[in-house]
Design a protein around this ligand. Structure first.
Ligand SMILES: C[S@@+](CC[C@H](N)C(=O)[O-])C[C@H]1O[C@@H](n2cnc3c(N)ncnc32)[C@H](O)[C@@H]1O
Length: 447
């Protein structure tokens, strides 16, 4: 008889939340292996079975034990709470098997049985907090370096996901939740709703609904999952709700699509529409800088220039742009040597804006680096970072060339300078001729 390994996720804990297949797999098994607490949770299903209890730190032992038992021709259930593939034993088991030379066509078969993971179980107890984009982060630094966890928290906080924190705190790991709160508060409203759910669907189930700035002061333990809302999540009648987005499109009272929106079609701010919205916004606010528009739409500045370059025919706009292809970057840079005195602008991530007066003749290029050196300063730019450039203008305010990296962020810009309050007409004409020779309109992507 050939052996079989069932990797069983039995859900949050209560038997009625266990799937039919999870129960039948355990019933079919000769051996059930699990962490002591998990074995207790399924004790009513274990009559007549060989039961192997292991401690929490003996995860790899559980996998090896399952493989050894299966090699003897037995059916083995390796059990885990929630979903066995979510911070569970599915990964380590496959790693052990593959390392031992096992392949999927081996006579020992493996079946994974999914279960309801903690974030779904906990969400169901507090309302509907996961009805929009969400992600999970484990705060356990037992196997993951803290800088990796912190970087993920930072990215998630910035991108406004609803977030589920697994393994938020233990007897020894008490400060991770404090650090997580600090990182999230850098980008999120302190009043953001947070649900703290302990022992969902188990005997000691407990639920707290609090604000983000109160989160780390609450009772949180090993069996707690923390659900943190996004900027639209609210609490009403004791329920935590993250809207699905219907209010963006439909009138709440009549149910009719709002002006500019169509049922069954992408929002006016969808993939194809948002750039027209941005151009319309700039048309209404001709005084705005591209950085301000980028902040307003939460996009990098390169995407603002790209939106302008896609509609060159809208030349009534105060704002205009044309893209320079990668192959013409050098020519575009060289053309700036004919524009007289220039303003070089570099912006740092931390908010500093450096403006330097220079001439195109100051440029020196050494393989990867563009160096601008004169008596007053040395500026060194990694030319490899530049992916494209835009000729762009805000009428009568700014004319120049903007070098952009592959993430659509500004690397640096070169702007014409005014003399006695006006742009020199000859230099401006040279600039516009260079724009016409090298600048192209970006194609609008239609599907
Ligand atoms: C190692 S992870 C295992 C996750 C599990 N495989 C799942 O899919 O839910 C352990 C963490 O899951 C969460 N968790 C598991 N069961 C839970 C429950 N019944 N109530 C609340 N959180 C739970 C807690 O955050 C706990 O620290």
């Amino acid at each position: 008889m050939s052996g079989k390994i069932f990797l069983v996720g039995f859900g949050p804990g209560a038997e009625e939340h266990m799937s039919f297949r999870a129960k039948s797999a355990i019933a079919e098994s000769d051996v059930v292996i699990g962490y002591t607490t998990y074995i207790k949770l399924v004790k009513d299903l274990l009559d007549g079975k060989e039961v192997v209890r292991k401690g929490m730190t003996e995860e790899i032992d559980r996998c090896i034990e399952a493989y050894e038992q299966a090699k003897l021709g037995k059916k083995v259930s390796l059990i885990s709470s929630g979903d066995i593939g979510v911070y569970g034993m599915a990964g380590p088991t496959y790693e052990v098997l593959l390392k031992a030379g096992w392949t999927p066509d081996n006579e020992i078969t493996v079946e994974i049985i999914p279960g309801s993971t903690a974030l779904s179980a906990c969400a169901s107890l507090v309302g509907a907090p996961l009805t929009h984009d969400f992600c999970s982060i484990s705060l356990s630094d037992l196997l993951t370096p803290w800088p990796t966890i912190a970087r993920r928290l930072e990215a998630v906080a910035l991108s406004d996901f609803v977030v589920a924190l697994y393994n938020p705190k233990s007897g020894r790991r008490t400060q991770q939740i404090v650090q997580a709160q600090n990182i999230l508060l850098k980008h999120r409203d302190p009043a953001t709703p947070v649900a703290i759910v302990k022992s969902a669907y188990r005997r000691r189930q407990a639920i707290q609904l609090v604000r983000l700035d109160e989160m780390a002061d609450q009772e949180i333990g090993m069996l707690t999952t923390v659900l943190i809302g996004n900027s639209t999540t609210y609490i009403d009648q004791g329920l935590m709700i993250t809207p699905r987005g219907y209010a963006n499109k439909y009138d709440n009272l009549t149910g009719e699509a709002k002006a500019g929106e169509q049922a069954g079609r992408s929002l006016s701010m969808g993939l194809e529409g948002w750039k027209s919205c941005l151009r319309e916004y700039l048309k209404q606010h001709p005084e705005l800088t591209w950085e301000k528009a980028a902040d307003y739409f939460s996009v990098p500045v390169g995407q603002v220039l790209s939106a302008l370059a896609q509609a060159p025919e809208e030349n009534a706009l105060a704002h205009q742009a044309a893209i320079v292809d990668f192959d013409d970057l050098q020519k575009a840079l060289d053309s700036s040597k004919k524009w007289g005195r220039l303003r070089g602008v570099v912006r740092t991530d931390s908010g500093a804006v450096v403006e330097l007066f220079l001439h195109g003749e100051d440029f020196k290029q050494k393989t990867d680096w563009l160096s601008i050196e004169n008596d007053a300063f040395h500026l060194h730019i990694n030319w490899n970072k530049v992916n494209c450039a835009y000729f762009a203008c805000r009428k009568d305010k700014s004319y120049g060339l903007h070098f952009i990296d592959k993430h659509d962020n500004l690397v640096f810009r070169l702007l014409l300078t005014k003399q006695e309050g006006i742009f020199n007409p000859t230099l401006l004409e040279t600039f516009q001729n260079n724009w016409q020779d090298l600048g192209k309109s970006e194609e609008i992507i239609n599907d």
